[in-house]
Design a protein around this ligand. Structure first.
Ligand code: ADP
Length: 631
């Protein structure tokens, strides 16, 4: 039962046996294995088991050893026969070609990292033995070295003394022969280690060294060619090159090399295709694996090879990261933070600019609105102003007619005529003053900011209203404070506020009996402020309406716009002041405008955040609107 289970599993999974020519730890094998394991696809549906075996060449050789290996592999894999064998390196491939029919008959073989061109040359292979051979680019390696060291005239090629080393030597001789025109070539083949060390150490700057490493030189043994390469590089006074990828890191500068990991990758891909059922003969494979220029950056640097002279397609290892590369992330983050910050600052500046524009536009709208409101007020005052102007004009006319009569009758004395002309002049001045006030009120000016005397400005504003007050049969009492008082701002705008308040007061007392048809405008000087109070003896404002008095478009009048008080509040606040109303139903309403006084002595206007206490003489003590401290 157990056996049945085991064999069922064996049938379901695919077994791949990888046979390496050398020992487990030979660097090239480690690389090939990494490539194989990374590329062979093993899934739940198609699990692949990989087993590795090692021929351990070159230490273990000979017919007897081969028989032992044969028996071992046959016995070991009888229960788990491989569906595919991978031969890594030439020795493993040769072993399988010889023993396959006894060992794993009919099992396809994929070869990896097999050198095609090295003697003995690889002959034609059976259809089910496939792979991409590698080749060592000896010439390419030497030519690249000569490009980097153009003054070099001699090349020392170092090889070893085992059979395998001799095979390398013959390949190197064959491959370097065409370069003899360019460089003088000398071989140090199987030279005892101490001699080799001295020779390498005494080479002058005309020399370069090339090696494929070795297993033995003279009486010294190395476990791998890589270790030999490390010895050579350490001993050499000149740059050492080698066409083997695993030499990178030993002190060798580099070379044009077949990368063992790539060989493992490529073999793994072939394994996948065969396990998927592609017939081996149908695979279209490259004739040879592409080589790569590999460079140890530290050695390149040591021998004066500039970064820009290293071809872009080279694989550069052990490159010391530049400051930028080391701190790239921090730099990028820092850069991003700076960019973000710059962006935010730009955004803030942009927003600030927009806000300023918006504020300017708002101020302009405010000015325009105030102007429109003044036009409206002027419209309301038209009748009375026309009357105001008509009066002096009529007086001028009658005076002119009187003078004419006197002159024609011959009874006019010079004194009489002088008096008449003086009257004409006075009336003319009176008319032109009215017109000038009106023009000032209607002028479209941007709000000024200059000190002016408040009582004079109030008196001027009241002059404009006088005719209307008379026309409506009312009284306007102006009670300025005892001393002149300066405020800073725009006198015309404050006159506009005053006119608004007085016109509202006139509306409020319009239906009042004779004894209540009076309005009082007073200025009250306080410590740091001056207050304008506009009082009427109208019906007063209900508490609900009082709360909405300064809202835009709040009006209880049939033809009211409801903008007068809201514009007035904007103007007063723009002057650093406050406006509020106190009203008692049945008694009347007083509007308070509190403005900071301009104090010339220390040059700075003083401002308070809240209105000061009401004037003790204030007649109203009812509800308040507009001032938060009181509302
Ligand atoms: P409008 O005069 O066009 O209505 P205002 O903003 O000048 O707009 O006034 C808003 C409202 O406040 C008036 O409709 C009125 O109800 C009330 N009001 C203003 N002044 C007084 C006052 N002195 N007495 C009573 N109510 C007033």
């Amino acid at each position: 039962m157990l056996l049945a289970c085991g064999s069922a599993t064996a049938q379901a999974s695919r077994n791949v046996l990888v046979l390496y020519s050398n020992g487990r730890l030979v660097p090239g094998n480690v690389d090939v294995e990494a490539g194989l394991r990374a590329s062979i696809v093993s899934t739940i549906d198609r699990p692949v088991h990989i087993n590795s075996e090692f021929l351990d060449r070159p230490e273990f050789v000979g017919a007897a050893y081969e028989q032992v290996m044969l028996a071992y592999l046959r016995e070991k894999y009888v229960e788990h026969p491989p569906q595919l064998v991978v031969a890594v390196g030439r020795d493993a491939l040769d072993f399988l070609l010889r023993q396959r029919s006894q060992l794993f008959p009919g099992v396809p073989v994929v070869h990896a990292a097999v050198i095609a061109a090295m003697p003995p040359r690889l002959g034609p292979l059976p259809d089910d033995v496939v792979g991409v051979p590698i080749d060592y680019d000896i010439q390419g390696t030497v030519l690249q070295a000569l490009r980097w060291h153009p003054t070099a005239t001699h090349l020392l090629v170092v090889t070893g003394s085992t059979k395998r080393d001799r095979e390398w030597e013959s390949m190197l001789r064959e491959r370097t022969a065409p370069l003899r025109d360019r460089v003088q070539i000398e071989f140090a083949a199987g030279v005892p280690t101490d001699q080799l060390e001295r020779r390498l150490g005494s080479l002058d700057r005309d020399w370069l060294v090339l090696t494929g490493g070795f297993y033995q030189s003279g009486n010294s043994l190395w476990s791998t060619p890589r270790d030999a390469a490390a010895f050579i590089a350490q001993a050499s006074a000149v740059p050492v090159y080698g066409p083997i990828s695993t030499f990178i890191g030993t002190g060798v500068v580099g070379g044009r090399v077949p990368r063992f990991q790539n060989a493992g990758d490529q073999a793994g891909e072939i394994v996948n295709r065969l396990l998927d059922g592609e017939p081996p003969a149908s695979l279209k494979l490259p004739a040879v694996m592409a080589n790569t220029l590999m460079v140890d950056w530290r050695q390149a640097n040591r021998w004066g090879i500039a970064d820009e002279d290293i071809p872009l397609d080279a694989v550069v290892q052990f490159k010391r990261p530049s400051f930028w590369e080391t701190y790239r992330t921090a730099g990028l983050l820092g850069g991003a933070a700076i960019l973000l910050e710059t962006g935010l600052i730009a955004l803030l500046l942009f927003e600030h600019h927009r806000r300023l524009n918006a504020e300017t536009a708002l101020a302009q709208r405010g000015t325009e609105l105030a102007h429109a409101s003044r036009l409206a007020v002027a419209g309301e005052l038209t009748a009375s102003i026309a009357h105001e102007i008509n009066q002096p004009l009529a007086a001028i006319l009658s005076n002119a007619e009187a003078a004419d009569l006197l002159l024609k009758s011959g009874r006019g004395s010079p004194e009489m005529l002088d008096a008449i002309l003086a009257d004409i002049r006075r009336d003319d001045i009176r008319a032109s003053e009215v017109i000038s006030r009106l023009r000032t009120l209607l002028a479209r000016e941007v709000g000024k900011r200059e000190p002016f005397e408040l009582n004079a400005a109030i008196a001027d504003g009241c002059e404009l209203l006088a005719a209307e007050v008379r026309r409506r049969d009312m009284r306007l009492a102006v009670r300025p404070c005892a001393d002149p008082v300066q405020v800073v701002g725009d006198a015309v705008q404050l006159q506009q506020v005053l006119i608004n308040l007085v016109m509202n007061a006139m509306d409020a007392i319009g239906d009042r009996p004779e004894n209540r048809r009076s309005i009082r405008v007073a200025t009250v000087e306080q410590t740091e402020h001056v207050e304008i109070r506009v009082s009427d003896r109208g019906e007063g404002v209900t508490p609900e309406n009082l709360a909405r008095l300064f809202d835009s478009f709040f009006s209880t009048k049939s033809r009211g716009m409801g903008l007068g008080l809201s514009i007035s509040r904007s103007i007063v606040e723009a002057h650093g002041g406050r406006i509020w109303a106190v009203s008692t139903l049945g008694v009347g309403t007083t509007f308070h405008i509190q403005l900071p006084k301009y104090v010339q002595a220390n040059g700075s206007p003083m401002q308070h955040t809240g209105p000061e206490a009401s004037h003790p003489g204030e007649p109203h003590a009812g509800h308040a609107a507009g001032d938060p401290a009181r509302a």
